[in-house]
Design a protein around this ligand. Structure first.
Ligand SMILES: [Zn+2]
Length: 660
């Protein structure tokens, strides 16, 4: 007779082992952190003597649920901003707020809040990716949960690292510290292909392989990401990652919403684990991951909640239900992803997807004692049909609520008994979270009041105080002027032809600022576009001074590379009005009297204006130079033999006249 620490008995035990065994009047024998035996109660009690026997009565014992993809500290950002597109939400709000607030203190509090919610919802293990992951790991261990903790690595500065080299070094010491822990499995987490570089991904792959730890990454979450990849690399994301040998590591790939059959086979062949996030994909309208096709090839798929900012909870019962419902609807097949398979994805298969199936995911001898007990006698889950033992899966997936979870054990230790948390004080967490919310509210209220601070929040704005000299005249015959440029008095230094697409976003109070999104398409002699560049310029109102035939403007400008689409900026900045201008521009950089000027000949295509416009302009950073140039413009006009030098009035004079 074997001696064990604990025997748990219950009316039903759902093992989720290879044979999907279910024991009526079953028992589990547990010694230290491990399951010693699972089977009929009589047999287990006959073969084992236990220090303690606990009868869980009519509750159903199942393996603890595994949340295959989340960002636990983000509980503190739950409900901060919703109903936006992924890029605006992420780049416009989440990342700026994270840069400002995310600290070890933030991550510890956020993690403990998440652990409380996860334990209450029957989750015993999760795969995380965030910043200050050492703090996340410590808080998780303090709460008694099992987790794969991945230190995020991105190509831009993060709350915990100035550069990717710093975060890579931090990842290495993080792995060193936690690699032998009984609950925490350290991982490397390059955030996504679009937030990393090839160099970063290769370094992450090497680090993960050196320590044989998982590599956790977001892959092909949105259509836009895949379109960008096809455009830039002429291939979708998965083959590009394969070329970098990323899949040589033990990869956990979150999302994989937009992948084709070839990519599915590549992932399967490489043994990549998938984390399917139904709520997040629905809420952010990312699309429907081809789960049935993936399962068909034998890919291992877990289910995740993603972070609470995109869900907004950590309820795995909801995710299992949605996974099943979405699969049925997308395939028009109500037999698709039946209840048992949904539970499998959140337990045994989820463990395989996370590369930890030797530890957890099912109730069988040798695995750690990670289990939960569920009350199925609430009104929303009765009656019970007994003729078919499989009906327990239907009750678990289609009617059980996360609040029906009564008891949670991880690694042989109780974390919740009879709905009472044993490792976390919830009261303290609630008041501390409220304090953070107030601080974040104040920060965003302040930022939203200024176009400039919003521009700075998304990064990369450089200020430039400058003086512009400009004149604009309408031309009937541009060829005559172009011919004059050959005169010896002008030295032509550069010449270009491009198509300009400008969007002007205008704002009313407080700044009356103007934000221009400009895309230039450079055109070669054959009329083909050979290069494109995009810029963003925020200009304040100009101080203007009239010269004879020209205007001198001084203004402050903030210039930033336009990393995102006009649609992103429109949704992020919410301008009060918007004007589009499209022109065909011939441009010369000339030198006259040792000073440089730009000569532009513009055909306005939108709004359509007949004829064309000549602009002579220059920008300087000193007022003295600007004044000299303003005086020279008159003689340039004479050399170009332009008679009518009255500045013209256009339909959008302030827009068409300004800006280089
Ligand atoms: Zn995520």
């Amino acid at each position: 007779m074997g001696k064990v620490d604990l025997i748990l008995t219950a009316e039903t035990i759902v093992t989720m082992d290879n044979e999907y065994r279910i024991f009526k009047h079953g028992a589990i024998a547990i010694k230290d952190d491990a399951i010693i035996a699972v089977g009929p109660k009589d047999e287990i009690q006959r073969d084992h003597s236990a220090g303690e026997v606990i009868d869980l009565g009519s509750r159903v014992i199942i393996p603890g649920l595994i949340n295959a993809h989340t960002h636990v500290p983000m509980t503190l950002l739950r409900g901060l901003v919703d109903d936006l597109r992924l890029d605006v939400w992420l780049m416009g709000y989440m990342m700026p707020v994270e840069r400002e607030f995310v600290s070890p203190e933030f991550c510890r509090l956020g993690t403990l809040i998440a652990c409380a919610e996860l334990i209450r919802g029957g989750v015993t293990c999760f795969a995380d990716m965030y910043y200050f992951e050492d703090t996340v790991a410590q808080a998780t261990k303090d709460a008694g949960m099992r987790a794969i903790c991945g230190q995020s690595i991105l190509k831009f500065p993060t709350p915990d690292a100035e550069s990717f080299e710093d975060s890579l070094a931090a990842s290495r010491s993080f792995i060193e510290k936690w690699k032998d822990d009984s609950l925490i499995i350290p991982a490397v987490a390059p955030h996504a292909p679009y937030t990393c570089t090839e160099e970063i991904l290769e370094a992450c792959r090497d680090l993960a392989m050196e320590y044989d730890v998982p590599l956790h990454i977001h892959i092909s979450e949105t259509n836009g990401e895949v379109d960008d990849w096809r455009e830039t690399y002429n291939m979708p994301v998965v083959p590009w990652l394969k070329k970098l040998d990323l899949f040589d590591a033990k990869v956990i790939a979150a999302h994989c919403v937009h992948i084709d059959d070839g990519e599915i086979h590549t992932l399967e062949h490489a043994g990549v684990g998938i984390a399917h996030n139904p709520s997040s994909n629905l809420k952010l309208a990312s699309g429907f991951a081809p789960i049935i096709e993936m399962l068909g090839t034998g890919l291992q798929i877990g289910i995740g909640t993603d972070g609470t900012a995109s869900n907004n909870d950590l309820d795995m019962f909801e995710e299992m239900r949605l996974a099943s419902f979405i699969a049925k609807t997308v395939t028009s097949d109500p037999t698709a992803l039946p209840a048992r398979n949904a539970l499998e994805m959140a337990t045994r298969m989820g463990a395989k997807a996370l590369h930890i199936s030797h530890l957890t995911g099912s109730l069988e001898p040798g695995k750690r004692a990670d289990l939960i007990a569920i009350d199925q006698d609430q009104v929303h889950n009765i009656p019970h049909f007994e003729r078919e033992p499989q009906s327990v899966y239907s009750r678990l997936i289609y009617a059980t609520k996360s609040s029906d979870v009564q008891d949670v054990m991880v690694n042989g230790r109780w974390l919740m008994r009879d709905s009472e948390l044993l490792t976390i004080q919830e009261g303290d967490l609630i008041s501390q979270a409220a304090q953070y919310a107030a601080k974040i509210d104040a920060f965003l209220t302040d930022r939203e009041g200024s176009v400039l601070s919003k521009l700075i929040a998304i990064g990369g704005a450089e200020q430039e105080e400058s003086y512009e000299i400009q004149i604009k005249v309408k031309l009937d015959d541009p060829q005559a002027v172009i011919a004059m440029l050959d005169k010896d008095v002008f030295e032509i230094r550069r010449q270009a032809h491009y198509l300009e697409y400008d969007k002007y976003f205008r704002f009313t109070l407080p700044e009356e600022a103007r934000l221009r999104y400009r895309e230039d398409e450079f055109v070669n002699d054959e009329g083909e576009v050979f290069n494109v560049r995009s810029r963003l310029t925020l200009t304040g109102p100009a101080a203007e001074r009239e010269y004879h035939n020209s205007a001198l403007l001084s203004r402050s400008r903030f210039i930033a590379p336009a990393k995102y689409s006009p649609r992103f900026y429109r949704e992020y900045f919410k301008p009060s009005s918007e004007i589009s201008i499209h022109k065909d521009r011939l441009r010369w950089l000339i030198c006259y009297e040792d000073l440089e000027f730009f000569i532009n000949i513009d055909h306005l295509l939108e709004p359509k204006v007949d004829g064309c416009f000549l602009e002579i302009k220059s920008r300087t950073w000193s007022r003295r130079d600007a004044e000299m140039k303003a005086e020279l413009i008159t003689s340039i006009m004479k050399h170009l033999e332009i008679q009518d030098t009255e500045p013209v009035l256009l339909e959008y004079p302030d827009l068409i006249g300004n800006g280089n």
